[in-house]
Write a new protein. Structure first.
Length: 116
């Protein structure tokens, strides 16, 4: 069964850090472009970061550039999103997405809340 599972969300104070994980079963993430998206209440889902399947190049939304880092661990078939210097506006449900051609998979999401 193809499955993506996000974890690592939680409640953190402004300025704090979290590391989100996207673990896959039934598919090898190496072949997929992996993206992290987020959706805040009342807002549309937006792209946060993605990492290519070929050369490992990455992309970041302007709002997270310099604070978030995406990475892969091939041995664990997992993609991470390291989030530093978190701000209240980062509060959202974070989803990972695996895309390869017509194959497109989503995880169930993990809640990140940044609040004092």
């Amino acid at each position: 069964q193809l499955k993506l599972v996000e974890s690592g969300g939680g409640l953190v104070q402004p300025g704090g850090s979290l590391r989100l994980s996207c673990a896959a079963s039934g598919l090898t993430l190496d072949s997929y472009v992996i993206g992290w998206f987020r959706q805040a209440p009342g807002k549309e889902r937006e792209g946060v970061s993605c990492i290519s399947s070929s050369d490992g190049s990455s992309y970041y939304a302007d709002s997270v550039k310099g604070r978030f880092t995406i990475s892969r661990d091939k041995t664990k078939n997992t993609v991470y999103l390291q989030m530093n210097n978190l701000k209240p506006e980062d509060t959202a449900v974070y989803y990972c997405n695996a895309n390869y051609g017509k194959n497109n998979y989503w995880g169930q999401g993990t809640q990140v809340t940044v609040s004092s």
